[in-house]
Ligand binder design. Structure first.
Ligand SMILES: [Zn+2]
Length: 302
């Protein structure tokens, strides 16, 4: 599993990503030590030894840096795109946070959030914990962890987008333009598909599926697959991966829905190999490793 793969940028000094040169070295390593397999082996249920490459979130990095490298090596991967922003031209909240933290660092963003929230926006269960928070560490990374906890747990879901709207308006000049630069365009997706890449669904809004009602979950699955089908027509493989990942992020109902939508297989995040039993009984929750557990997979720090 890969996310951002790019080169260092002065504009985003705190951004976390895998350096393109490390990505190339890691591909060399996989090709030497294992084989890089086509994603169709999981549909054909051929159990072979090898590696399947997946890239989450539909970011432009995948067109700019990953596609040329895979084409050069004549290999294929799965690109899981979230589709909500193609309609509303706003970045998804998860990526807004990466951009703000990447541009300004954790400490600055923490202070900005503190300045625009009040106690009524906090989730009751977390108010006491919030009041007793003390900030002793000077490290930006510790602030980053705190910012993520605030946005994901302390601030009620209904206020989160409003808080993000304020931060974006104050700190980012032109969100619509950035949105275009940040994500794959429909044309990029078409070109990637023509080059033999598989495009999978990563929901519409990139929310934690287990937090949504069944109706909302179905909408996420339906909207995203419909969008991809409308751009590419029917693909040979229909695949999905859960936002955030981990067993707490989806339920057996989510797996059933994916079956109903004729999804061939879905990826979770669980660091172990895929076994025969997974292919037969757990197609909608296949395990997957983060690239950082393999050589050259470490996140770049400026
Ligand atoms: Zn994601």
């Amino acid at each position: 599993m890969y996310h951002y793969i790019r080169k260092p940028s002065e504009e985003y000094p705190f951004f976390k990503f895998l350096h393109i040169n490390d990505f190339k070295k890691q591909l060399d390593y996989f090709q030497e030590k294992y084989t890089i397999l086509h994603p169709s082996v999981l549909v054909d249920k051929q159990l072979q030894s090898g590696v399947i490459l997946t890239f989450d979130d539909g970011v432009k990095d995948h067109f700019n840096f990953v596609l040329p490298e895979l084409m050069k090596r004549k290999i294929s991967g799965i690109f899981y795109v979230s589709t909500g922003m193609y309609a509303n031209k706003k970045l998804l909240d998860v990526h807004r946070l990466h951009i703000l933290l990447g541009k300004f660092g954790g400490e600055f963003i923490y202070k900005q959030i503190m300045a625009c929230i009040n106690q009524s926006m906090l989730v009751d269960a977390h108010i006491e914990e919030f009041k007793t928070l003390t900030y002793t560490s000077q490290k930006n990374d510790a602030f980053t962890v705190l910012v993520k906890r605030m946005m994901n747990y302390f601030i009620g879901y209904q206020y989160r987008e409003a808080v993000m709207d304020i931060l974006m308006k104050d700190l980012i000049a032109d969100e619509e333009k950035l949105c275009k630069q940040f994500y794959l365009s429909e044309n990029d997706i078409k070109q990637m598909h023509s080059a033999g890449m598989i495009i999978g669904s990563h929901t519409a809004q990139h929310k934690v599926m287990s937090k949504l009602s069944l109706v909302e979950q179905e909408k996420e699955i339906n909207d995203s697959f419909s969008f991809i089908d409308s751009v590419l027509g029917k693909q040979s493989i229909r695949t999905f991966c859960y936002p955030y990942g981990g067993f707490h992020t989806f339920t057996s109902d989510t797996e059933k829905l994916l079956h109903q939508y004729n999804c061939n297989y879905a990826f979770n995040v669980e660091p172990r190999d895929i076994e025969w039993n997974d292919l037969i009984h757990k197609q909608q929750a296949l395990p997957r490793y983060d690239c950082n557990v393999f050589p050259y997979g470490k996140i770049w720090e400026n």
